[in-house]
Design a protein around this ligand. Structure first.
Ligand code: FES
Length: 470
C-alpha cells in the first residue's frame, strides 16, 4: 500500500506502518535518510559557523531591558485602559522567548556553553517548554523534519485543522496540553510519546525541572491571592497565551502547507523576509531553510548565509503577505478537499560548487599506521575526514600543533562529525549540535551521550600519521 493511500497517523505511537515502534534502539540507530545540504567551499562554510559571545550578549541584554521596561509600563498602567497596549507589548516580547529557547537549545548563539545553557533554561520556562524534554523533541524534529509518525513537532497536520490554527494565535489549543504535560511530568508520569525520543537516563532531570516550573507558577498564584489581585499572574505563563499572536504568525511560515516525507528542506520549509523588528524578536528564524539545512550557523549569521546560498534555494518570499496569500488557500484545500495537496516550491538545478568536507582516503604505510596528509593541509581548529578500511575517522588540529583523532561518526545518530566545526577543544555535530571533547572523546553536550573512541596521531617530518589499530 502506498504511503499516500494510508490514513495519516502523526502520533509517534500510532498503529500505521509509519509509526515508530516502542523501541528506542530502533529509532536512534536509524539514519536512512540523507538530507540535502547547500554546498560552499569549506573555509567559507566554516566562517558562517564561527561562534562568538558578543552579538548574543548585546541581543539578550536588550531583550531583557525591553521585557523589564514593558513590564514596568504594564504595572503602572494597571487599572487603566493603557494596560491593554502595555500588556500586549509585554506579552509579545515575553512570547518571543520561544525563539530564544530555540536558539539556545541549538547551543549556537553564545560561544560559551554555560551562557547558552543559562539562557536556554530561562527561555524554556518563559515559553513553557520543559527544557530537557524539548531538547530531545527538537533533535527528533531536525532528524525527521515533517516525516509523518516520526517528527513530534509537525505544527499543521493534515487534514489541516483551521480552527486550531486560528485558536493558536492565542495559544488556546496547543497551550493547555503543554501546561498539562508539565504537570504530568512533575508527577513523574510522562506521556507515551515522550518515551520515544527521550532516553530513560534524562527523564529524572525532566521531572525535577517540571517541578520547578510548577512551583514558580504556584508561587505567583499564592502571591496573587495574598494581595487579592490578578496582577502577578499576568507576568508569567499567561503572557504566552495573550501575547502569542506574533509567535503563531511567524511560526506558521516555517512549514505549513509544504511537503511531508521528503529529505529536502527546500520542499518542506520556507524562507521569508520580514521587517527588522520581527527579525529581532524571531532571532532570524525567518531564514528557516538555511537554519534546517545548516543548524550550526548561529542566528546572527543566517542573513549572510542566505546571501551565499540563495542560488541553491527556492526564491525567498518577499514578505509575510506573500506567504499567507499562498498558504491560506492551500490549508483550506487540505482541510476541505484534498489533504494530499501541498505547495510545490521551485528547486534550482544542482550547482555543486565544492565539497563542504575536506577528506582523504588514506592508504596504509604499515598494518597500524596510515599517512593522512601534510601538516599544511590541516588548519588550526579544523577537521579532516579520513576513510580507511571501511571506517571513518575525524583527524583534528587544535590551537598550535596539537593533532588528535576520534571516530568520525557521532554516537547519537551517526552524523558525519567532519561536517561539523572545531572550537575550544570540542567538535560539534552538524545534525543536532551535540559536542565531544576532542582529546578524551567524551560527550560534553546532549543529545550526544556516548563517548567517541580516540586514536593516536603523530607528526613525522611534514606529515600527519594516524594509528588505525588499537
Ligand atoms: S547525530 Fe545527533 S548530536 Fe550528532
Amino acid at each position: 500500500m502506498s504511503i499516500q493511500a494510508m490514513p495519516r497517523d502523526y502520533s509517534l505511537t500510532g498503529v500505521t506502518e509509519r509509526a515508530v515502534p516502542l523501541d528506542d534502539f530502533g529509532i536512534e540507530s536509524r539514519m536512512d535518510g540523507v538530507w540535502w545540504k547547500p554546498t560552499l567551499p569549506r573555509q567559507e562554510m566554516r566562517a558562517f559557523m564561527e561562534r562568538t559571545d558578543g552579538p548574543a550578549l548585546v541581543h539578550f541584554g536588550l531583550w531583557f531591558v525591553l521585557l523589564a521596561a514593558s513590564a514596568a509600563w504594564a504595572v503602572f498602567a494597571w487599572g487603566t485602559w493603557w494596560a491593554i497596549p502595555a500588556f500586549l507589548v509585554y506579552g509579545t516580547i515575553y512570547s518571543s522567548s520561544d525563539a530564544r529557547w530555540h536558539e539556545c537549545g541549538h547551543g549556537t548563539p553564545f560561544r560559551t556553553q554555560w551562557l547558552n545553557e543559562l539562557f536556554y533554561h530561562i527561555s524554556s520556562f518563559l515559553t513553557w517548554r520543559e527544557a530537557y524534554m524539548w531538547r530531545w523533541s527538537h533533535s527528533r524534529h531536525h532528524t525527521d523534519t515533517y516525516f509523518v509518525g516520526l517528527d513530534p513537532e509537525i505544527q499543521v497536520q493534515r487534514p489541516a485543522d483551521l480552527l486550531k490554527i486560528v485558536m493558536d494565535f492565542l495559544y488556546l489549543r496547543s497551550g493547555p496540553p503543554e501546561v498539562w504535560r508539565v504537570v504530568r511530568n512533575a508527577f513523574g508520569r510522562p506521556g507515551p510519546d515522550v518515551r520515544h525520543f527521550m532516553p530513560e537516563a534524562e527523564r529524572n532531570k525532566m521531572y525535577w525541572s517540571s517541578r520547578v516550573y510548577v512551583a514558580i507558577i504556584v508561587g505567583f498564584a499564592i502571591w496573587s491571592i495574598a494581595i487579592w489581585s490578578f496582577l502577578p499572574m499576568m507576568f508569567v505563563l499567561l503572557p504566552r497565551f495573550y501575547g502569542g499572536w506574533l509567535h503563531q504568525l511567524l511560526g506558521l511560515t516555517q512549514h505549513a502547507g509544504l511537503g511531508e516525507d521528503t529529505y529536502d528542506h527546500r520542499e518542506n520549509t520556507r524562507t521569508v523576509f520580514v521587517n527588522p523588528v520581527y527579525r529581532y524578536l524571531y532571532m532570524n528564524m525567518n531564514y528557516h531553510i538555511e537554519h534546517h539545512s545548516m543548524p550550526m550557523v548561529p542566528y546572527h549569521a543566517l542573513g549572510q548565509f542566505h546571501e551565499a546560498v540563495k542560488d541553491q534555494m527556492p526564491p525567498a518570499y518577499p514578505n509575510l503577505w506573500a506567504v499567507y496569500k499562498e498558504m491560506i488557500p492551500a490549508l483550506i484545500k487540505q482541510a476541505t478537499e484534498n489533504e494530499n495537496y501541498q505547495i510545490m516550491r521551485p528547486i534550482p538545478k544542482k550547482k555543486d560548487r565544492s565539497a563542504g568536507t575536506a577528506s582523504v582516503a588514506a592508504a596504509s604505510v604499515d598494518s597500524e599506521w596510515i599517512e593522512v596528509c601534510s601538516v599544511d593541509e590541516l588548519n588550526e581548529n579544523d577537521v579532516l575526514r579520513v576513510d580507511h578500511g571501511g571506517r571513518i575517522f575525524a583527524v583534528c588540529r587544535l590551537e598550535g600543533e596539537a593533532y588528535h583523532a576520534t571516530d568520525g561518526l557521532c554516537t547519537h545518530e551517526y552524523a558525519d562529525l567532519t561536517d561539523g566545526i572545531v572550537f575550544d577543544g570540542v567538535i560539534e555535530c552538524p545534525l543536532h549540535n551535540g559536542r565531544f571533547d576532542i582529546v578524551s572523546g567524551d560527550a560534553v553536550r546532549s543529545p550526544a551521550c556516548g563517548s567517541l573512541q580516540t586514536h593516536p596521531v603523530e607528526v613525522r617530518g611534514d606529515s600527519i600519521f594516524l594509528r588505525v589499530r588499537a
